[in-house]
Design a protein around this ligand. Structure first.
Ligand code: ZN
Length: 312
């Protein structure tokens, strides 16, 4: 499956009947990640059928409890379920001490390694990369050091026109080159163009996660520079609570819509609503005049970015 996201927890700090604290599940071509891991994440993952052991990495945006209090519980359960494969955690540096103390003071010894990758306060740039995907961290504007994350598919390979290729009787060693968009010269000295044997590559997609943050120009320039398709942006408050948003360094609905509009993304999800709101309608009404393609992030809902963009 190409780049996809499922909302696991979309609430904010205070407990609410229908909104768990922050967590999102991002997956792409057999790669599986969580962003944030609020309290109760493991129960939420169970509820929505996400397999614990598939998760290879967890990105933690910042150390406010509603973004990571579920971590030790999840790690412990992974151990109980027999995990041996290491897990990577990308987070503010202090998290390592928190997690290791929690485990050690209780005498827990996990059967798998936790590899911590520190994201320092002022770090920005690629924090994870493999053949298919890269993840960029960038600074948000919040009360404590906080990072957003952009998941970006790498440029894909051109697709082989199998029948044409086999008819030509060329060496299969050429396939890789053709897919990369390179011409080859065979042993007889004849040149073969990749254009004859491959079709254009499929487009690559990207997804950005921004929670928690006040309105930030830095966010806009990162989204623009990396040409982000779909944005999740927090909208803790409605526009009438502008002052409270400012004080707590969160965003209003209009802030989220403005960031989406200015950065040129194609679709916006919003969430992390303060417990004072029972419904999404106030936020939607306020965002629509600023940015049209918007939906609330609803717990359990799953989207393939490619499909979402085709529909909107
Ligand atoms: Zn926070």
């Amino acid at each position: 499956v190409s780049l996809s996201v499922q909302f696991i927890g979309t609430g904010s700090a205070l407990p609410k009947k229908n909104a768990n604290p922050s967590c999102q599940y991002v997956f792409c071509e057999n790669r599986h990640f969580l962003i944030d891991c609020g309290e109760g994440t493991q129960i939420q993952l169970r509820k929505h059928g996400v397999k614990f052991q598939y998760i290879q990495g967890i990105f933690i945006s910042h150390l406010h409890g509603d973004h990571y209090f579920g971590l030790v519980g999840l790690l412990s359960s992974m151990h109980l379920l027999g995990r041996e494969k290491a897990i990577d955690i990308y987070s503010p540096p202090e998290l390592e001490q928190i997690v290791r103390s929690q485990l050690e003071l209780g005498g827990a010894r996990l059967a798998f390694d936790i590899r911590f990758h520190n994201i320092e306060k002022n770090d920005e740039g690629i924090v994870f990369e493999d053949k298919v995907l890269e993840v960029h961290a960038f600074k948000l504007k919040h009360k404590i050091p906080t990072h957003g994350f952009i998941f970006k598919e790498k440029k894909k390979l051109r697709s082989l026109l199998g029948e044409k290729f086999h008819k030509a009787g060329l060496s299969i060693a050429f396939i890789e080159k053709f897919k990369l968009g390179e011409d080859v010269i065979d042993r007889q000295g004849k040149q073969h163009s990749y254009l004859d044997y491959t079709a254009n590559e499929k487009p690559s997609y990207s997804y950005a996660y921004c929670s928690d943050t006040a309105y930030s120009e830095n966010v806009i320039s990162w989204l623009k520079d990396l040409d982000v398709d779909v944005l999740y942006h927090e909208a803790t408050f409605s526009a009438s609570e502008k002052d409270r948003a400012k004080k707590t360094m969160h965003s209003t609905s209009v802030d989220a819509g403005t960031v989406a509009a200015k950065s040129g993304v194609k679709f916006l999800f919003f969430g992390h609503l303060s417990a004072r709101y029972d419904y999404f309608n106030v936020h939607i009404d306020e965002i629509l005049p600023v940015f049209k393609s918007v939906k609330p992030a609803i717990e359990g809902e799953k989207y393939r970015i490619e499909e979402l963009l085709r529909q909107h």
